[in-house]
Design a protein around this ligand. Structure first.
Ligand code: ADP
Ligand code: MG
Length: 355
């Protein structure tokens, strides 16, 4: 199913929940709709499903404008975080529900439910009731129920939000392979960027009703196009004094509207000789060290900035108060509505090594 959203807006009581949003999605893609709480993700999804009508703009599915088409005629399945199963119905009856409503033949329903039980790895659980299942199993029943009528588009609104971290990770991997196997299009909402980056073919970042950026997880991570995306994705930190960092003195931050964001992977911290580009590095002082299991997370003060960084546990340990060398490889420089990467210009080839 190809989907196009064209200049869609929706407001509640004068407040814009979705503000002039446009995008296109190709058939067979798994789309992660990501953004902070209250940003308009659910409202957008509900308009696609037909549970809300846009105030302005068009929703086009496979070339047909569906603004006023009722949900049951859109060929869409949905799973919501709190879309509770029917408690008094068995797993079998829950999955069969949509087909029974359509008055399909009993034998056809039985065949379809059997297929879905296999597909969602719920075989053997068909006679259980929802309270006899784990959270992950319940959510798989919700998927099976949504898939039963054979939708071409699956909408998932924070489907894993109520499930604990380990099971959530397994479920999302499972979901991705399921959707690939079925070849359907799916949009899933999440506020967890790791989840979106891990499973989505493409991401839509939405904030305050506005679409900030659409792109592959790699694009979004490496080339954020707006200040919001640069600050929202990854572990990003806005710097108070970027113009005081070695290599970035000439970026003209003093003009007033430029600012800069750094991520831990942009900052290298080492002891004398550990850093390959001495001419591009400066002195700093370790202010905080946090043990993160697989690595140390550092906060290092340099040029009036507290820079985040990481250090492998293999190296010599670092303590708060240690004097170190700091190399800022690059910064995201934000200029009003846009963001771009500025590489440290002092990073020239390291000294040749003579053997
Ligand atoms: P998200 O799913 O990204 O958290 P929502 O789409 O639920 O965001 O909400 C976007 C904005 O619209 C919020 O400010 C929310 O309070 C408002 N909103 C959503 N649904 C309704 C509604 N039915 N009535 C009034 N306001 C609503
Ligand atoms: Mg929501």
């Amino acid at each position: 199913m190809n989907i196009e959203v064209r200049n869609v807006s929706k407001s509640y009581g004068g407040q814009l929940a979705v503000n002039d949003v446009s995008f296109k999605i190709d058939r067979g893609k798994l789309i992660g709709l990501l953004g902070p709480s209250g940003g308009g993700k659910s409202t957008l999804l509900r308009m696609l499903a037909g549970l809300e009508t846009p105030d302005t703009g068009d929703i086009i599915i496979d070339g047909r404008r569906v603004n006023s088409v009722a949900p049951q005629y859109r060929g869409i399945g949905f799973v919501f975080q709190n879309y509770a199963l029917f408690r008094h119905m068995s797993v079998y009856d829950n999955i069969a529900f949509g087909l029974s409503v359509k008055k399909e033949k009993k034998a056809a329903i039985a065949r379809r439910v059997e297929e879905l039980l296999v597909l969602t790895a719920l075989k053997g659980f068909e006679h259980r009731y929802p309270h006899q299942l784990s959270g992950g199993q319940r959510q798989r029943v919700a998927f099976a129920r949504a898939l039963a009528p054979g939708p071409e588009l699956l909408l998932l609104d924070e489907p894993f939000a109520a499930i604990d971290a380990k099971v959530r990770k397994e479920l999302r991997t499972w979901l991705k392979s399921l959707i690939e196997r079925l070849g359907i299009t799916a949009i899933f909402v999440t506020h967890d960027q790791d989840e979106a980056i891990e499973v989505a073919d493409e991401m839509l970042i939405i904030q305050q009703g506005k679409l900030e950026q659409q792109g592959t997880p790699m694009d979004i991570y490496q080339l954020p196009q707006t200040p919001f995306v640069a600050g929202f994705i990854g572990e990003s930190r806005l710097l108070p004094n970027p113009d005081r960092l070695r290599g970035f003195e000439d970026v003209a931050f003093g003009t007033g509207h430029l600012s800069a964001i750094v991520r831990p992977e942009f900052v290298e911290v080492g002891r004398g000789g550990e850093i390959a580009f001495p001419s591009a590095s400066e002195k700093g002082v370790v202010r905080h060290v946090f043990f993160r299991g697989a690595y140390l997370e550092l906060e290092v003060e340099a040029g009036g900035n507290l820079l985040p960084s990481r250090r492998s546990l293999d190296g010599e340990p670092m303590r708060s108060g240690d004097e170190v060398s700091v190399l800022v490889h690059r910064l995201y420089v934000l200029d009003r509505g846009s963001a771009c990467i500025v590489e440290n210009p002092l990073k020239i080839d390291p000294m040749p090594v003579h053997i």
